[in-house]
Design a protein around this ligand. Structure first.
Ligand SMILES: [Zn+2]
Length: 407
């Protein structure tokens, strides 16, 4: 009994050290073996063994460093191997559903976008659409055959109970209490004859996660992220972890009340921030037909560039409301950086004057009033990359176990 307990303990310690080395290399981009000794506190020989094992399972790559002019051999360079392991990221949007192959380094190697059916948006229909698209991507890309697939992560505009991948409510899809993760896992098993782990998360949370790790917020400790489309979501990231709240549904910034006399909101409340800064409101204010497709947005931006007065006035008003909300969140969270995603990122250059004016006037004096507001840098891929991050979580915790189970 003692022997098997010691064996178990040794296995757990090894798993924890493998996880530590993999996470350290991933967050630093690349490290020499000597740097890993310093940053992990492990011995030189442990690092050599752990790196060797992570190279053999295909998550790390190690090569000789170029000569540095000092005597002796330079310490080998360790980086993420982006060729042998992948996850599939899925984003279910109101208008478009996207599926992509994402490497451990967060790079999208292939993606497909299909229209989300407007006539039937039932959960079963969406599960079939996602299953079909994922299956096609697996078949045509060779992922699963030449590259280990560790799982599928899904970003969805919904409140998600992450512990069992269940959707509590998705107002824009009109779903209540849907076992989405379980349904998709069953669908994928029927189509591929394989058990592929599925995890599900809120689209704005996952966009924030990706921007914080690989995008505009990389290296920032306290990042506030707001993604604005038809709906408005967001997250507050503290050291890369999102502030989730008691039930995990925290940071629904779009539904923070900003106007007691405001318009009714699809959440059942009224005067929510989303009713002032959602894209449909902006188009409406500018007198554009409210059709949330790409052409309308391109036309809208073209009209803004041409200096059309009604469009400019609508953008000023939009900036004012964005600034009012952000001032409140600055006072509440004291972020180091604010990153705007979705359509908000696209209109940022046009609203920054009125946004800054309102934000500065309303931010509490003790807090830094000059916090920078910048556009997200991963563009339309942010939520997809964040969804793949969900699928990589198990790999980062137990690299050897997950690769063995996925092979
Ligand atoms: Zn609301």
């Amino acid at each position: 009994v003692v022997d098997s307990l010691n064996g178990l303990r040794a296995k757990t310690v090894r798993q924890r050290n493998l996880s530590l080395v993999l996470r350290t290399v991933r967050s630093s981009g690349r490290s020499t073996r000597s740097e890993l000794v310093v940053s992990t506190g492990l011995t030189r020989s442990s690092i050599a063994g752990l790196v060797g094992e992570l190279v053999s399972i295909g998550v790390l790559d190690e090569r000789a460093a170029p000569p540095d002019g000092r005597p002796g051999r330079p310490s080998p360079l360790v980086s993420i191997d982006d060729r042998r392991i992948a996850a599939i990221g899925v984003e279910v949007g109101i208008d478009t559903t996207a599926v992509a192959i994402v490497g451990v380094d967060g790079a999208v190697s292939r993606s497909v976008r299909v229209p989300t059916p407007s006539s039937d948006r039932s959960a079963m229909r969406i599960v079939r659409l996602v299953g079909e698209t994922v299956e096609k991507l697996i078949r045509t890309s060779g992922v699963g055959a030449h590259r280990t697939l560790v799982g599928v992560g899904v970003a969805i505009p919904a409140l998600v109970r992450t512990r069992d991948n269940r959707i509590a409510v998705a107002p824009n899809l009109e779903w209540v209490d849907v076992a989405f993760g379980e349904m998709l896992a069953t669908e994928l098993k029927e189509r591929t004859r394989k058990c592929i782990p599925v995890s599900v998360g809120n689209d704005a949370d996952l966009g924030a996660l990706a921007e914080g790790r690989f995008g505009a917020g990389s290296g920032v400790r306290h990042m506030l992220y707001v993604a604005g489309e038809v709906g408005v979501g967001g997250a507050m990231l503290i050291d890369g972890e999102r502030l989730a709240g008691h039930s995990g549904y925290g940071c629904e910034f779009g539904h923070v009340p900003v106007d007691p006399l405001g318009k009714p909101c699809r959440c059942g409340g009224s005067g929510c921030w989303e009713t002032e800064i959602g894209t449909r409101v902006l188009l409406d204010r500018a007198g554009f037909a409210v059709r949330p497709d790409i052409d309308v947005f391109d036309d809208f931006i073209a009209a803004a560039d041409a200096g059309e007065p009604t469009v400019r006035a609508a953008l000023d008003e939009h900036g004012r409301w964005v600034g009012i909300g952000l001032a409140g969140f600055i006072n509440a969270f004291d972020p180091e950086l604010i990153v705007l995603g979705g359509f908000l990122a696209r209109v940022l250059p046009y609203i920054s004057t009125s946004l800054d004016r309102e934000m500065t006037a309303r931010s509490f004096r003790g807090v830094d009033r000059s916090v920078a507001v910048i556009a997200a840098s991963l563009g339309i891929d942010a939520a997809l990359i964040g969804a793949a991050e969900l699928a990589f979580r198990a790999l980062l915790d137990d690299p050897v176990g997950v690769v063995a189970a996925s092979a």
